[in-house]
Design a protein. Structure first.
Lengths: 399, 373
């Protein structure tokens, strides 16, 4: 455990150093590459954000569309882990003036509670863990950007961030029903993309289609530049996708340990990975040798998420992880997904709980009746009650 | 809401002491085997009483019963060994079927064909080695049987591979179609066996050293039955080991529960399917040879006849469970032997009655694989 702590502290120090380095470079007049700007990922968040600076990165001046992808892929996609120096500087690439960048990153510099001493490994008490995780309510004011969002014009805005997964005109049928109709959106190479929509909008089918568990009738799905539509599920999984299905997909007659071992395809679970998972989900350690079928609903959900995370994947597809969970467990899952984001992974998250969505999301895609009704940055929709009411049928502010 | 956010109540799991019933429930299937053996012994002792079971009310009933227990012991031991040996052979034949059923959701009536083929191939190998089987040399005898077993498993495994590819694969997910095509496959293969080996049944003699009888405590214990029990235990132990301790075993057990999720974890289940199907067919072939040596004759329809018993074993055990299949096979073997001794007229319905009783107690079999889903 001491080694692990050192690693974590070192990681954060590294990250800070890199961030400062980048800030210094920018201040020194080095022009940032437009294509490197991941607009929604570095959406202005902190209270220190200068009110006068518009979120210019929402409107990239550079070439739109897929052009920047190819060159960035070599740089970003191959080094998607947190230990890749150049990619980790990304959190500071916001559009704010250089001098303010460091205080803009409370989220990106997110450290485990207690400043690096992960409590979970020595403390199996789930409630304590949960209460030390970032509470949803308290953070809410921080999510307000200082600038009014311009949401209405953001539909289908091409993202300038490197794209990891892109759906182009995907239509999927289940029996005689057309569930997805010409769905197109991109998932950037890192950060959390929310997939929102009413019940029956096609969110789960979208994830299942990406995972290869349903074959699309038409359209193409590209992952890391390769067309994966039509691939069998096991091949898609091996390309680097982790999947948490809506029904959790727990193997009830296998023990918790066996569920996890099965998910670790490349061999034994690395000790540091397991320590991290135990710290996030202490219940897993408590019930390590119990049959997974005897776990409670929340514990099963945690196992399902932890199982998908047992090895590093480039993209995690997570289907409604907080469904039916108590707030304490919800906070645990939020923390886990945020850790994933910090590890440099991409997450495509289906979520009905809008508070969780605005807490975690960087980008947002709204499905309605099998079509993409809107896509843009999470802050844009989080701060536009009218848009929420129109797209999702509710209004967070007025209810 | 306070600054600390939602305060969850502190809760730790509390482990209540389970009731006796809940604690012994998982062990009941295993306990049924000795229970049936005990009931068989008691039944035999009662039938041995000079005045029949009614004599129990007599004053000296206790001593009479006690001596009856002693006097029937050798017979009981012989019958129990016969039952266990039969059970082991049923298990070897049925274990593949239960995994194929559980993992691939395929009802394979063609399984009987592998039993017959294994018997024919194995017996042919033995017939081709008269010098090895007729001399009373244990090493040579065992080598001949081993060679025959190898040929039987390989032949049945290869047939299984072809059967999966040609007959079963187009019928995945369609139960009615599976029943029809696999039943058709069974008939075709059975007739092909008649074409190749002739229509009449083949009689054979077991190798010399496997014919003998050991006597222990007054009981006659056939050597071949001891070998069959030993072989059955070895197969069961190695299957359990593979299923519990290896990754492929994990994949199979997980696949029995939820194929789709195993695929989504990155495993190519179709290959595992084929491997399991082949292994199951190979074991059926081995079981067929063992049965042929036990009965000392082979017919083309033996597979189809045994298939009924094999299905009963799979259903009693619970679909997809190797442990359940093992215990169910032993129960069926023991019950058949005791009932055939005590009430020969009831022997025909004993197995079915056992199945009915078990299903009334546990409607999805003793220990179905997906009980905790």
């Amino acid at each position: 455990m001491p080694e692990d702590d050192n690693d974590k502290v070192r990681l954060r120090v590294d990250r800070l150093a890199r961030a400062m380095e980048t800030a210094r470079m920018r201040a020194g007049g080095v022009a940032p590459k437009v294509a490197d700007e991941p607009p929604p990922l570095a959406a202005p968040r902190g209270p220190g954000h200068a009110s006068g600076s518009p979120p210019a990165d929402d409107r990239p001046a550079g070439p739109a569309g897929p052009a920047p992808r190819a060159e960035d892929r070599g740089q970003d996609l191959t080094a998607h882990e947190a230990d890749a120096p150049k990619t980790d500087a990304e959190p500071v690439r916001s559009a704010a003036p250089a001098g303010q960048r460091l205080i803009l990153m409370p989220d990106q510099l997110y450290a485990p509670p207690d400043g690096g001493d992960w409590p979970g490994s020595s403390n199996p008490d789930l409630a304590a863990e949960a209460s030390s995780a970032t509470p949803l309510e308290a953070e809410r004011p921080l999510l307000r950007p200082a600038v009014p969002a311009t949401s209405s014009a953001t539909v289908d805005r091409p993202s300038a961030a490197p794209v990891l997964l892109s759906l182009a005109g995907v239509s999927t049928d289940i029996g005689p029903y057309h569930i997805l109709d010409d769905v197109s959106f991109d998932v950037p190479v890192r950060g959390v993309t929310m997939l929102l929509g009413r019940n029956g909008a096609g969110k789960t089918t979208t994830l299942r289609t990406i995972m290869g568990l349903r074959q699309p009738r038409s359209g193409h799905i590209r992952f890391d530049g390769e067309d994966i539509s039509g691939w069998p599920a096991h091949r898609i999984a091996r390309a680097g996708l982790g999947y948490v299905p809506e029904d959790m997909g727990i193997f009830g007659s296998l023990s918790v340990a066996e569920n996890m071992i099965l998910a670790a395809r490349s061999g034994p679970i690395p000790a540091d990975r397991l320590d991290w998972l135990f710290s996030v989900f202490p219940a897993l350690r408590t019930f390590w040798n119990a049959p997974a079928g005897t776990l409670s609903g929340g514990q099963k959900q945690m196992l399902a998420v932890a199982r998908a995370m047992v090895e590093r994947r480039r993209l995690y597809l997570i289907d409604e992880p907080t469904k039916g969970l108590a707030p304490a467990i919800m906070a645990t899952l939020v923390k886990a997904i945020r850790d994933l984001k910090l590890q440099g992974a991409a997450v495509l998250l289906v979520e009905q709980n809008f508070a969780v969505a605005r807490e975690l999301g960087d980008r947002c895609v709204v499905l309605d009746d099998g079509r993409v009704a809107w896509s843009g940055s999470m802050t844009a929709i989080a701060d536009d009650p009218d848009l929420q009411a129109r797209l999702l049928g509710f209004d967070l502010e007025r209810t | 809401m306070s600054a600390g956010g939602p305060q969850a109540p502190v809760h730790l799991p509390r482990f209540e002491a389970e009731g006796v019933a809940a604690r012994i429930a998982p062990f009941i299937p295993a306990g049924l085997v000795p229970l049936v053996a005990l009931v068989g012994w008691i039944g035999m002792a009662l039938s041995e009483l000079p005045a029949g079971p009614a004599a129990i009310t007599d004053a000296n009933a206790a001593t009479a019963l006690w001596s009856a227990f002693g006097s029937v012991f050798p017979t009981w031991l012989t019958l129990s060994l016969a039952g266990l040996a039969m059970g082991m052979m049923f298990f070897i034949m049925a274990s593949g079927l239960t995994l194929v059923f559980g993992l691939m959701d395929v009802i394979n009536f063609g399984h009987g064909a592998f039993i017959s083929l294994g018997a024919f191939v194995g017996v042919s190998v033995l017939a081709a080695l008269p010098g090895w089987t007729r001399t009373p040399d244990l090493a040579l005898n065992l080598a001949a049987v081993g060679l025959a077993a190898l040929a039987a498993t390989v032949a049945a495994g290869v047939l299984g591979w072809g059967f999966e590819r040609v007959i079963v694969r187009p019928a995945y997910g369609a139960h009615l179609k599976q029943i029809l095509v696999t039943m058709g496959g069974l008939i075709v293969i059975e007739e092909l066996l008649r074409v190749l080996w002739g229509p009449s049944e083949i009689f054979l003699a077991r190798p010399q050293m496997l014919k003998g009888v050991l006597t222990w405590g007054g009981a006659a214990l056939e050597q071949y039955r001891l070998v069959a029990v030993g072989l059955g235990l070895v197969v069961f132990a190695s299957m359990s080991l593979v299923l519990r301790r290896t990754r492929i075993g994990l994949i199979v057990r997980a696949g029995v529960e939820n194929c789709e999720m195993v695929e989504a974890l990155g495993y190519r289940l179709s290959r595992v399917f084929v491997a399991v199907f082949m292994a199951g067919s190979a074991l059926a072939g081995l079981g067929g040879l063992m049965w042929a040596l036990y009965q000392e004759h082979v017919t083309a329809q033996m597979g189809a006849e045994l298939l009924v018993l094999v299905f009963i074993v799979v259903i009693i055990g619970g679909l997809g469970s190797v442990e359940g299949c093992f215990l169910a096979a032993l129960l069926v073997g023991l019950t058949q032997n005791y009932v055939a001794f005590l009430a020969p007229k009831l022997a025909l319905i004993s197995t079915i009655s056992l199945m009915v009783a078990v299903l009334m107690w546990r409607p999805s079999g003793m220990m179905p694989a997906s009980r905790l889903r």
